[in-house]
Write a protein that binds this ligand. Structure first.
Ligand SMILES: Cc1cc2nc3c(=O)[nH]c(=O)nc-3n(C[C@H](O)[C@H](O)[C@H](O)COP(=O)(O)OP(=O)(O)OC[C@H]3O[C@@H](n4cnc5c(N)ncnc54)[C@H](O)[C@@H]3O)c2cc1C
Ligand code: FES
Length: 254
């Protein structure tokens, strides 16, 4: 759905990074982890296209959703400058999110920096089902382990890694030798996805990845966001990140 929503809060949490809280009850009611919204928060046609953002938190009772963002260009700079009370055009919830089953007992959520934004909502929904959640998050510095407190408050085990010489997936690999995981979810880095894919071969859990791509429409119409994927019979085809994804089974990624 396409709505005009009100900005409740917008603050810089570390130089170059911000959190944005929006009142959008109609979207919050329906949104699931791994889905995203397209947003336009400027007047006129510059920038021309809406911008995609993952849902970092969703509170259906309060009718709110939040975005964790990194300032990288014109659109995100306008976003960072937006005062509370501003109106924002929002299209969503969009895309195919993370599959999560109440039958799962233990999952891993793995991400890097702001790329791990959708993992917090996934972890919180999984904790709601009573699933044991282990978060493995890497960043270039402690200040960029953005949702650490939220994971801990939700009762997740949290491993943060800021050492450039250590792969955060090595901690997951250690835990796999001691405990069984039903699924691992990964976001924010192709390297993390490759590591998880190799561990899936060894330990036999389900694996899902959330991809990013440049998006023009966000609803599957323009085909500007396609990526090559493997189909069930092993052949290659193209899938739209915005509609068929952004979440895909790891083993489908070419
Ligand atoms: C499904 C999805 C979820 C996303 N979730 C988040 C999020 O939670 N938080 C967040 O900070 N960002 C997220 N992004 C990325 C975000 O959409 C872009 O950073 C934003 O659109 C940049 O807009 P801009 O006008 O500031 O930058 P532009 O001026 O448009 O671009 C600045 C630079 O960023 C690069 N860039 C822009 N968009 C993308 C993209 N989609 N993929 C790769 N490189 C890009 C450009 O090539 C350019 O080098 C997400 C993207 C997708 C597709
Ligand atoms: S952005 Fe248009 S089809 Fe995906």
């Amino acid at each position: 759905m396409y709505i005009t929503a009100k900005t409740l809060e917008n603050r810089i949490i570390s130089p170059g990074f911000g959190r944005f809280l929006l009142s959008a009850p109609q979207i919050a009611e329906q949104a699931g982890p791994g889905q995203f919204v397209m947003m336009k928060f400027w007047q006129g046609t510059v920038p021309f296209l809406m911008r995609p953002f993952s849902l970092n938190t969703v509170d259906p009772a309060a009718g709110t959703l939040s975005i964790l963002y990194k300032i990288v260009g014109t659109g995100t700079q306008i976003l960072a400058d937006l005062p509370a009370g501003s109106e924002v055009e929002v299209l969503g919830p969009l895309g195919t999110g993370f599959p999560l089953s109440e039958k799962m007992q233990r999952i891993a959520v793995i991400g890097r920096g702001v790329g791990a934004a959708p993992m917090r909502l996934l972890a919180e929904r999984a904790r709601h089902f009573g699933i044991d959640v282990h978060a493995y998050i890497s960043a270039d510095q402690d200040a960029h382990l953005f949702d650490k407190d939220a994971y801990l408050e939700a009762g997740c085990a949290f491993t943060g890694c800021t050492d450039p010489d250590v792969n955060v997936t090595s901690f997951f690999a250690d835990d796999l030798t001691r405990m069984k995981f039903d699924a691992a979810y990964v976001c924010g880095s192709r390297r993390l996805m490759r590591d998880v894919s190799a561990l899936m071969d060894q330990y036999g859990f389900e694996g899902y990845v959330s991809l990013e791509a440049h998006m023009a429409c966000g609803i599957g119409a323009c085909k500007g966001c396609t990526v090559p994927v493997r189909t069930a019979d092993g052949t290659e085809a193209y899938a739209r990140v915005c509609k068929d994804g952004p979440v895909f089974p790891v083993k489908r990624i070419v």
